[in-house]
Design a binder for this molecule. Structure first.
Ligand code: FES
Length: 102
């Protein structure tokens, strides 16, 4: 799966989009949150995103982001059926870093 992640570094104001390739086999049964964990573990540990260890069930809303242009909760959004995914900060929020907003 091709994964594009919009990045933002508040220290220098740089914006860019990083592209990653994740094996299809690794994505089976995975949510967007799982994908972010995979990217952080195997591709780039500097990607900033919310992972609420107590919630992770679509309750708190902190993991809200844009998935292929649609606002979604990362922890309950499955990757099933997607060949390519673009992750961006939730629209209408202030970007703190990468996918973290307030
Ligand atoms: S982690 Fe709380 S809604 Fe996703």
């Amino acid at each position: 799966m091709k994964v594009l992640v919009d990045r933002y570094d508040p220290e220098n104001g740089e914006k860019r989009t990083d592209t990653f390739e994740v094996p299809e086999s690794a994505c089976e049964g995975m949510t967007v949150m799982g994908l972010l964990g995979y990217l952080a573990l195997h591709c780039d540990p500097t990607i900033a995103y919310y992972h609420h260890s107590v919630c992770d069930h679509g309750i708190c809303g902190r993991c809200t982001l844009s998935v292929n242009g649609k606002t979604r909760l990362a922890c309950i959004t499955p990757l099933e059926g997607l060949k390519e995914v673009r992750l961006a900060p939730a629209p209408g929020r202030t970007v703190v870093r990468d996918l973290v907003t307030r």
